[in-house]
Ligand binder design. Structure first.
Ligand code: 5GP
Length: 203
């Protein structure tokens, strides 16, 4: 049986990768990987759906046992992708999507080179600044820092297969669906199946 495809959606915070993933799951035949984190649940987050919320000790134990496909530390909290459920879904032929930050995405590419890395970009730096100012949660200095961080993060795009500019959500979703469709039309591991089909039909 054909194995599933592993899509990794990544990009700077504020570019809208979470929204794109959430919308994609409504229409596409994909399974979202549930990450493990040491941060505390926020608002309406549900254990096992939003994240697996664990202690630092439990997280470290999972790393030591080789149970994570990738992990990263963000603002003193750790986030990681449990390996077993992802590999099992792929083995069953299911497509899996990971919504993770950039360091983790690069680790996934190293350990699973067939994964498809998609970078979500904000429309522009002035627009990103405008969104942050409108949100009103950060000082001018913090906004400047975030802008510089975003520019640094964008430099990691060189290791990605695809990019999507998230200006208009509808267009961004169409782009994401086009990428998924194109990946399904790759010959690669489907060559034998294709040949077999036409060969047996010709007998
Ligand atoms: P939040 O705390 O806002 O839910 O997530 C913070 C950041 O962690 C986001 O950029 C999110 O994409 C990233 N993230 C969530 N889960 C994982 C994971 O399993 N691995 C990595 N590397 N990043 C993650």
């Amino acid at each position: 049986m054909k194995t599933g495809r592993l899509f990794v959606i990544s990009g700077p915070s504020g570019a809208g990768k979470g929204t794109i993933c959430k919308e994609l799951l409504k229409t596409e035949d994909l399974d979202l990987s549930v990450s493990m984190t040491t941060r505390k649940p926020r608002g309406k987050e549900v254990e096992g759906i939003s994240y697996y919320f664990v202690s630092h000790e439990e997280f470290q134990k999972t790393i030591d046992e080789g149970g994570l496909l990738e992990w990263a530390e963000i603002y003193n909290n750790r986030y990681g992708t449990p390996k077993a459920p992802v590999l099992e879904k792929l083995r069953q032929g299911r497509d899996v999507i990971l919504e993770i930050e950039m360091k983790g995405a690069l680790q996934v590419k190293k350990s699973y080179p067939k994964s498809v890395l998609i970078f979500i970009l904000p429309p522009s730096i002035p627009e990103l600044k405008k969104r942050l100012v409108a949100r009103g949660t950060e000082t001018e200095e913090q906004i400047e820092l975030r802008t510089r961080t975003t520019i640094e993060e964008i430099k990691t795009i060189k290791d990605y297969s695809y990019f999507i500019v998230n200006d208009d959500l509808k267009t961004a979703l169409e782009d994401a669906k086009t990428i998924i469709r194109a990946e399904h039309l790759r010959v690669e591991d489907q060559a034998e199946d294709i040949i077999h089909k036409y060969e047996s039909e010709g007998k």
